[in-house]
Design a protein around this ligand. Structure first.
Ligand code: BGC
Length: 334
């Protein structure tokens, strides 16, 4: 009887041990699967607290760098001008891999973030949010476009994290906050179209456009905000989605297109009022599928109508308030 009991116990113990081993193996596989994409990690602002708490590899703070580290000193003072003046020395091209990057960043949205602090941390950023590296000439001029309304709190964090990252990436860039006037339904993609046109009015040399939600911050500065041969989707692994794409073809959050790529697809659709869908339509423009193929020619940068109400150059960004009209009374959208 006791031998029978002993044998059963042994089998149960073996089964439990096997289960533990299996659990451990799955955890290791998942860990490395997520870790492999860490360059593309993004943190979306949430009131839940530090982004590191959401990612197991992020719990060791010693591996993380402070986001507001300044670029390594080149021996030169930070440029007083975002564009070289007539007497400025000719600088060598910026290196393909910026030397001063620090890798993974500790991102949290809980410390108070007054704009004065962000300004103090970024003395080299000029009025309107313009910057150029003091010691080299970047290959591209990047306009960062942020569709916006009533998110001042998020914007302060975005500026706090992004300016130091973009400086370390040795970009020549400008930050444009496109603020939708009034309380009508929000239209993200139309604001992005407006941002494209208005940024080019400010500086015709912009040749790369990064379109970013105001509440999205990269968790690694090696994710370079530059344009490539193809349109780029930067936010492919977001904490909100468990550091994975929510579905193949997801193109939301942060994306980048060269000026030529943007014009080739007639910019973004103007007719997506309310939440969602516009990023899917943008993605479809690249592959020109079905409905998008029909609407792309008539709805885009070529047909965008809006009125600029105010352009104000703030110390860390250019704010452009626009009236983009209102949605048609049908079909009803959120
Ligand atoms: C919407 C997208 C959105 C995505 C993720 C989709 O259903 O159409 O606009 O980005 O969900 O939230």
């Amino acid at each position: 009887m006791s031998r029978l009991l002993g044998g059963t116990l042994e089998r149960v113990c073996k089964a439990v041990l096997l289960l533990c081993l299996l659990h451990f193996l799955v955890a290791v596989i998942l860990y490395f699967d997520v870790y492999a994409q860490h360059l593309a990690f993004f943190s979306r602002f949430s009131a839940r607290g530090p982004a590191r708490a959401l990612h197991p590899a992020a719990s060791s703070s010693t591996n993380f760098s402070r986001p507001n580290t300044t670029a390594p000193s080149s021996g030169l003072p930070e440029s007083p001008s975002a564009r070289p003046g007539p007497t400025a020395p000719v600088l060598p091209p910026c290196p393909e891999s910026p030397p001063g990057l620090v890798g993974r960043l500790l991102i949290e949205f809980t410390s108070p973030m007054p704009l004065e602090r962000v300004q103090r941390e970024n003395p080299g950023v000029l009025l309107g949010g313009r910057y150029a590296p003091p010691d080299c000439t970047p290959a591209q001029t990047v306009a960062v476009i942020i569709p916006f309304r009533h998110r001042e709190h998020h914007l302060r964090y975005w500026l706090h994290y992004l300016h130091p990252i973009l400086r370390r990436q040795r970009l020549r860039y400008g930050v444009y906050v496109i603020n939708q006037h009034g309380e009508d339904t929000f239209n993200r993609a139309k604001l992005l179209n407006v941002g494209f046109l208005e940024a080019l009015k400010e500086d015709a040399t912009y040749d790369c456009f990064i379109f970013s939600d105001v509440d999205l911050v990269p968790m690694d500065d090696r994710n370079l905000y530059r344009c490539g041969d193809q349109p780029r989707h930067f936010a492919i692994a977001m904490d909100k989605f468990g550091f994975r794409l929510p579905y193949a073809g997801y193109f939301g959050g942060v994306s980048g297109l060269s000026k030529a790529q943007f014009l080739r697809i007639n910019g973004f659709p103007n007719e997506y009022w309310g939440w969602g869908g516009e990023d899917d339509d943008i993605f479809n423009r690249f592959t020109k599928i079905q409905n998008t193929k029909l609407t792309m020619k008539r709805d885009g940068i070529g047909s965008v109508r809006y009125q600029v109400l105010e352009v104000s150059r703030q110390p860390l960004f250019t704010n452009i308030t626009v009236d983009i009209g209102r949605p048609p009374s049908w079909p009803p959208r959120g």
